[in-house]
Design a protein around this ligand. Structure first.
Ligand SMILES: [Zn+2]
Length: 130
């Protein structure tokens, strides 16, 4: 049996395996627009803290998102993108997104490092609940 809770192992999971873990955790729906995944509404893993903003490729930094939301969000922050989802009349899963922000912050606290991502996250959490 794979030990997906092991940080070393976790970083080695391939894309399909990472997506499976994220879907198992977040459920088979997009956290941003609330749509259930289908063959047409494809699931992806979206980075809470974008890689260009220092976000690591940790499962804690990834949430289930449809490919449309992943693309449309671009490098917008979670709080700003959530506001945009509301503006578009979608049904974002606020509770799950809030939990994901806190879970990622706790993971950084436990493992150390990731200063840029930690600063970014703290700024988001100060604006939460968004
Ligand atoms: Zn979506």
């Amino acid at each position: 049996m794979e030990r997906v809770d092991d940080p070393q192992r976790r970083t080695q999971l391939n894309r399909a395996a990472r997506l499976a873990v994220v879907l198992d955790r977040d459920g088979a729906h997009c956290l941003w627009c609330g749509r259930g995944f289908t063959t047409l509404i494809r699931p992806t893993t979206d980075h809470l803290v974008p890689r260009v903003k220092g976000g690591p490729s940790w499962l804690e930094n990834e949430v289930a998102a449809c490919s449309r939301c992943n693309n449309d969000r671009g490098h917008r922050t979670p709080v700003d993108w959530l506001a945009e989802c509301d503006r578009r009349g979608w049904a974002p899963d606020r509770a799950a997104i809030g939990e994901a922000l806190l879970r990622f912050r706790a993971a950084i606290h436990d493992r150390g490092g990731q200063r840029r991502a930690a600063t970014y996250l703290d700024g988001q959490l100060r604006r939460w609940p968004a």
